[in-house]
Design a protein around this ligand. Structure first.
Ligand code: ADP
Ligand code: GLC
Length: 480
């Protein structure tokens, strides 16, 4: 039996701010349980829903020296869908209203988490062969393992994997502060180790010291070796290219299944989509106060409202889009300027635009089910899950050809009718608009083609099966 421990700052269903939580929550279920025992460790946040907190059982506790103080570390445990989850408890660090609160505080918090994860291992009755770290929040685990945990027999030979879900966020802070908090010595503050600029950098630590590196699509694995996408770490990515592989994300095919989804107005599948999907559009138009019209081209957006996702292109074209015969339904929170932009257009065009500036699982499912198309013109996209959810619901993605979007959406080819969505190449508002209008034209004037694309989209398989196998192969390669 191979033992793997996932370490992550967010995990569905316990706590989620984005796709990282979806991945770490759904992937562990999909390994071959005869050969792989995959468990997960995350912080026990006070802001988790009460029903999840009620599930947790006390396992053990101890005190750990951290940043000059002796700190309590509690370990809680629960099982869900056959997977064991461990939670690191400390009220000082994990009592915020959200998982991420303020930059410096978050750095200290996750340094604490990383040290606590390793310190807790001997008390878990589960010695992992591999610790699989996700994003900057867990970047110091490979570093600490190399540094202060190498003494005893217990830790010797434990391998680490670092998965990059987003290279933009690295967890850096002034080198002096970084050393004082982490307890790491000046030895680590050089450019071939954790230093970038004048800072210590948690993700860089993980990328230098992990035994293997993965990211969440093939295209992004290539892109991050270039300056444009490399976020200052492209040199390191090139240097470690033999240890870096892209494994595309999947989605949970039980949670995101239009045939059984309890959050949507009318269930449907590939065979009856053309009769039944429309009920979801009608219900959403009614619920959001949009014009009731089956033939209005409905575009969905479910997203963090940040520059990464291409909202400056949408902002630039929004007035023009509102002049067209279409409806735009947005669900998201994020940068103030984008929240305000959507609120403004919803006020100006109440029949056409619905701005839902909040977070809601249920509303996201309704939008995936109701919309005709899903707009995601990202500047960069390591993988993206929303477009996979859209494909599963027969809602055709309109995306920019970058990262995982490029790998998962096949553009419609009007000559042979193939394709699962629409895409454009350059980060340019007019290109986005033209592609959107091309999709609109196919929807309005060539409905047979449109319906064929729906069929191709819903026939694709983006469950975890194939990708879980690739992770297994990597684990086998690491520990034989
Ligand atoms: P990222 O992780 O970069 O935000 P992904 O496409 O990988 O992007 O994952 C986003 C996830 O968050 C999807 O599950 C999407 O449905 C969900 N999501 C984003 N914004 C909201 C929101 N306001 N309400 C509900 N779900 C949301
Ligand atoms: C990040 C990326 C997104 C990816 C998700 C899960 O949040 O922005 O593209 O799908 O992680 O890997």
């Amino acid at each position: 039996m191979k033992r793997v421990l996932f370490a992550s700052s967010e995990v569905v269903p316990f706590i989620k701010t984005g796709g990282l939580a979806d991945v770490v929550g759904s992937l562990p279920k999909c390994f071959d349980k005869r050969y792989y025992d995959v468990r997960v460790i995350l912080p026990k946040y006070a802001c988790m829903a009460q029903k999840w907190k009620d599930m947790l059982k006390y396992k053990t506790h101890f005190y750990m020296d951290f940043a000059g103080e002796s700190r309590y570390v509690g370990i809680m445990e629960t099982q869900l869908d056959g997977v064991t989850f461990y939670f690191v408890d400390n009220e000082h660090y994990f009592s915020g209203e959200k998982p991420y609160v303020e930059h410096h505080w978050d750095i200290e918090k996750f340094m604490f988490f990383d040290r606590a994860v390793l310190s807790a291992l001997p008390l878990l009755d589960f010695r992992p062969d591999i610790i699989h770290c996700h994003d900057w929040q867990t970047g110091l685990i490979p570093v600490y393992l190399h540094d202060s945990f190498q003494g005893g027999e217990f830790f010797r030979g434990i391998k680490t994997v670092m998965t990059i879900h987003n290279l933009k966020f690295q967890g850096n802070d002034n080198a002096e502060t970084f050393m004082a908090l982490s307890g790491l010595s000046g030895y680590y503050m050089t450019y071939d180790k954790l230093k970038t600029g004048v800072d210590g950098n948690m993700l860089k630590g993980g990328l230098v010291y992990a035994d293997a590196i993965t990211t969440v699509s093939d295209s992004y694995a290539e892109e991050i070796k270039t300056e444009f996408y490399g976020e200052g770490l492209d040199g390191l990515m090139r240097a470690r290219k033999n240890d870096l592989r892209g494994i595309v994300n999947g989605i949970d095919y039980d949670d995101y299944n239009p045939d059984t989804d309890k959050m949507i107005a009318c269930n449907y599948n590939k065979d009856n989509v053309l009769q039944k999907k429309i009920e979801n559009k009608r219900a959403l138009q009614r619920e959001l106060g949009l014009v009731q019209d089956d033939n209005k081209f409905m575009i969905g957006v479910v997203s963090r409202l940040t520059d990464q996702k291409g909202f400056d292109l949408i902002a630039y074209m929004m007035e023009k889009m509102c002049q067209q015969d279409m409806q735009i339904v947005v669900l998201g929170t994020g940068e103030q300027k984008y929240e305000d932009m959507f609120r403004y257009f919803a006020w100006k065009y109440p029949d056409k635009v619905s701005a839902n500036i909040y977070y809601s699982e249920a509303m996201s499912h309704k939008i995936y089910a109701a919309s005709d198309a899903f707009l995601m013109p990202s500047l960069f996209e390591p993988c993206g899950l929303s477009q996979l959810m859209s494909l599963r619901y027969g809602t055709l993605p309109i995306v920019r050809e970058t990262g995982g979007l490029r790998d998962t959406v096949q553009p419609f080819n009007q000559f042979d009718g193939s394709g699962t969505g629409f895409s454009f190449k350059n980060y340019n508002a007019h290109e986005m608009y033209n592609t959107l209008m091309f999709a609109h034209y196919i929807y309005v004037d060539r409905r047979n083609d449109w319906n064929k694309i729906i069929d191709s989209a819903m026939s694709k398989d983006f469950s975890w099966q194939a990708s879980a196998r690739k992770y297994q192969d990597m684990y086998d390669w690491l520990i034989g």
